[in-house]
Design a protein around this ligand. Structure first.
Ligand code: 4AD
Ligand code: MG
Length: 437
């Protein structure tokens, strides 16, 4: 193993190595665990595909190889050569009897993460904590969930679009925008790409943007990030009913597909049947019915109140599938939602609540598609229409009815993987008190 590159290039993925019992192979990765000294050292090597126990006897290595192994720190990188042996005591059913060892790079010092560290410390060293089995499995699941969502929408004839993230037109919360000094002009980090997605349906009809959204909310909850990944489909000619049906299909498709990934299901102790049970139709209740349920449970809610964390929990504590809450009071929803003809106090919209208090995973609605109606609503809401002239323009040239929604991907990940906190659903979380690493 004189040349490190020739040693590295001969190595095979650990998952593959497990199928080579009886053969001599090489693997490369990071030293995940290490114990023993004197004459025998056990190491667990980790790569992107799995972990492998390796047993090194001093007698099987050259003096310099043994010295390197003996001095190697946890999380240093190495190439290990040896014979794969079946071993029922090993969690993966096999181990490697080491006949060659070569450090790719030893650490400068001991790896800073040892067992039992505080969550705050693990966030400080997030760049290193991403190597933990927990984070590795979350990041794999995250990648799969991104893929399932895209595959589903692509299969329905959608085009993925790429909106600007620096904008002058907010859409949702108004007060919670991050301001940007844009060459001397005031601009903001986008809180939703919806308005741009709306512009693009007039060219492509069915579009989605999958991009970060920014919320300068000072909420320190287990469900809020300042930067999150937002999947926002927008569909020409869809009404609110069709919009909800698409949401059901999307969410159940993601959950059902995740159920077929054995590694993820096992690692997070997920009940596969529960995932497979997430199928349309989802329950639909009106805002008014939700108020009734909450008051029955002693929550004292009045018409026009928004729901908090505890209300969401009370509403969904017995649910196994997500549930829609439809037709909210127009005062507490965004300016672009049309009035519900059956109850003019409300607008044609829905929030999708994950079961068991996991919170809102999707917000969606029909969109006002008449210019005068839109301008009137914007004025009612105290919005500066000149900032939205291009958005109003969309209603002036060949307007069509349309609908869309936004799904917070980290909320989906947190719910499906049973994570304690949304910060673990994203590699480098941005929260009120954290913008590094
Ligand atoms: O309900 P919201 O604010 O709706 C919109 O932004 C619409 N313009 C979407 C659209 O119709 N295209 O946000 C949509 C979803 C929420 O349901 C939630 O899942 C997620 O975005 N979300 C957050 N996720 C993490 N951290 C936050 N601070 C979030 N705020 C919203
Ligand atoms: Mg919402």
């Amino acid at each position: 193993m004189r040349n490190v590159f020739s040693a590295i290039s001969g190595a095979i993925p650990i998952k593959e190595a497990m199928q080579h019992a009886g053969s001599a192979i090489a693997i490369r990765g990071w030293i995940h665990r290490k114990r023993g000294t004197g004459k025998r050292i056990f190491i667990i090597i980790r790569d992107a595909t799995g972990t492998m126990q390796c047993v090194a006897d001093k007698s099987a290595l050259s003096e310099s190889e043994w010295a390197e192994l003996d001095a190697a720190y946890i999380e240093s990188s190495a190439v290990v050569l040896g014979e794969v042996k079946k071993d029922d005591r090993s969690p993966t059913g096999c181990e490697i009897a080491v006949s060659g060892f070569r450090l790719i790079s030893n650490n400068e010092q001991q790896f800073p993460i040892t067992e039992y560290q505080s969550p705050e410390f693990l966030l400080d060293v997030r760049h290193l904590w991403l190597r933990s089995l927990k984070m590795i499995n979350i990041m794999k699941a995250r990648s799969l969930i991104f893929r399932y969502a895209r595959d589903f929408l692509d299969s329905k004839g959608f085009f993925e679009i790429t909106p600007p993230l620096i904008t002058q037109a907010g859409g949702e919360t108004g007060a919670n925008l991050f301001e940007v000094d844009y060459f001397g002009q005031k601009a903001y980090l986008t809180e939703s790409s919806q308005l741009y997605a709306e512009a693009m349906i007039f060219a492509l009809e069915r579009v989605y943007s999958f991009a970060p959204s920014y919320r300068a909310e000072k909420s320190r909850t287990i469900k809020h990030l300042a930067e999150y990944w937002h999947l926002e489909p927008e569909i020409a000619y869809f009404n609110n009913e069709q919009n909800m049906a698409l949401q059901e299909d999307l969410v159940s498709n993601i959950a059902n597909k995740l159920a077929s990934d054995n590694d993820i299901v096992d690692f997070f102790s997920i009940d596969r049947n529960e995932l497979l049970g997430i199928k349309p139709p989802f329950k639909r209740i009106s805002y008014e019915e939700a108020l009734g349920i909450l008051n029955e449970k002693g929550a004292r809610k009045e018409w026009g109140d928004d729901f908090g964390v505890e209300d969401e929990r009370l509403l969904t504590e017995d649910e196994k599938k997500p549930m829609f809450i439809c037709n909210w009071p127009k005062e507490i929803k965004a300016f672009y939602m049309p009035v519900n003809p059956d109850d003019p106090r409300t607008v044609l919209c829905s929030d999708l609540q994950a079961p068991a208090g996991n919170g809102e995973i999707i917000g969606g609605s029909e969109r006002i598609w008449n210019a005068q109606e839109l301008i009137a609503r914007m004025k009612e809401k105290g919005l500066n229409t000149s900032k939205y002239s291009w958005y109003i323009d969309l209603r002036r040239y060949g307007s069509v009815p349309h609908s869309g929604f936004g799904m917070g991907i980290e909320r989906i990940i947190k719910w499906l993987l049973h994570l304690d906190h949304i910060r673990d659903a994203i590699p480098f979380p941005r929260m009120v008190n954290r913008v590094a690493p």
